[in-house]
Every structure is written in structure tokens, then in C-alpha cells.
Design a protein around this ligand. Sequence first.
Ligand code: SAM
Length: 274
Amino acid sequence: LINCISFPCPFFAVYQVFESVAKKYDVMNDSMTLGIHRVWKDILMHKMNPCPGTLLLDVAGGTGDIAFRFINYVRSVRQRQLQRKLKQHQNLSWQEIFESYQKDKFNSLGDSQVVVCDINREMLKVGKQKAQHLGYSEGLSWVLGNAEELPFDDDKFDVYTIAFGIRNVTRIDLALQEAYRVLKPGGRFLCLEFSHVSNPLLSRLYDLYSFQVIPVLGEVIAGDWRSYQYLVESIRQFPPQEELKAMIEDAGFFKVNYDNLNFGIVAIHSGFKL
Ligand code: SAM
């Protein structure tokens, strides 16, 4: 409702919201979710369980949270692989161990890559600054693009993620078709999104928190009541778990299922392109 009243066109509404919140987005994310969004994103990464060599497309990737987690995850898998390898050769000299580290480009991503794609320049700008500050550069690229019309070839990526992004997309069906198009056969679709709490008592408490607390936090922290009220409304209007599952199946994905986290406050939907 607020979306229609305040902004005549949903597309520009969404653009304006993220343009205005970009600089405060991470702080707001932490305060709105009491930091729990970090755990949800970690769970998404464990579900993905990427191996070295994975090519990931993170759509609506914003300030890079999923991309940075992916890089850390792949690095840790490579470290473990290398440690196992070194254990097998315990009688190597230090020189040989050093050479082995060099050869395996210790701490590197190997062939893995992650592309962050987002429609909003400001969000990407904040993400790039964060990446520079945290020292992420290898295997990471940033692309301005619309989830409904992705600027990538067919059958390109191993994994497609969209975290807290799909509810902001105007045509979810188009975004899902695009996800299917750019994934390789065998590729995996993963969507982390706010969803619907089934327990009536918890749902009531969650409503109170969303409508009464989040816009106030938005005003206090970011000086922006309206954008955060939009975020709450967009969560409420988003299709429930089973409906989204059916939409993902309609786009062509197989073995679609979902896991509710925190009683359905968020859900992770997953599917495969065969
Ligand atoms: N994925 C990040 C995260 O989890 O922190 C950012 C999520 S943020 C709530 C939603 C992002 O979706 C914004 O960066 C916004 O610009 C982006 N977005 C909205 N509509 C989009 C579209 N049609 N195509 C690509 N990105 C879009």
C-alpha cells in the first residue's frame, strides 16, 4: 500500500529506497534483525557448500555480503584441502612445504569466481568500497544489471543466489526465468528471503515488531521512515513459502524445496536446473 501511495511506479520506488538507504544499509540490517541476518546468510552458504571452481552469480547482491561469505568459504575449503595434502607428506622439508603452498596459491580462490549483480549503483558503490577495505578483490566482480533481464549468456553459472532481493523485483516470474537461463544444466538456484510465520502468536508479535519498531529504527538510524516502512510492506506482500515454491517450479526448476528459519521469518528456497 505504502508503495503505491508514495511512489507511483514500483520500479522507481525500489530504486529510490535502495539509493537512499545504501550508505546505512549494513547498519540498518544489523539493527533491524538484531544481527541475525548474518546467521541466515551463513546458513545459506552452508546449504550451498560451494567447492573450489564454483562460478557464483549473486543477484541483488547489494553491498556484497553473500559474495564475501562465498570467498571466505571457498578459501577455507582450499585451506583444509591443502592441510590434508601436507599431512600426507609430513616428511617434506620446509622448502618443499613453502613451494607447495605457493603452487596451491594458499588462501586464494583457485578457479572460483563470484559476480555481484545489482540494479542500484549506490549499493554496488558501497559494496566495492567494503571489498576494498576488507581486502577482497581476487575472483570478485560487480555488474550493474536487472534481475529481470540479466546481462549474462545462457548456461554460464554453477550457482545463482538472491538474498533479500527477490521481493523487491517487480516481475518475480521474469527474474526466475532469467535465473534458470543463466544457470548451467545441473546448476543450483538458492533464494534467501523474508517469508511468513505460521504460528499465530508469533506472527502477531512479529507484526508488532515490523510495523511499530522497524520504521522507528529507520528514522532514528538512517533518518528515513518511509524507506523502512516500504521494506516492511514488501515483506508482508511477498508470496508465502508454498506459493514461491510453485513459482520456482513454473520457471522450470526441479527438486524445489525450502527450509524455514526462525519459524518462517525467513525461508531458503532451493532448486536445480536439469
Ligand atoms: N543481497 C544483499 C543482502 O543480502 O544484504 C542486498 C539485499 S537488499 C535488501 C535488496 C537489493 O536488491 C538492493 O541492493 C536492490 O538494489 C536490489 N534490487 C532490487 N530490484 C532489483 C532488480 N530488479 N535487479 C537487481 N537488483 C535489484
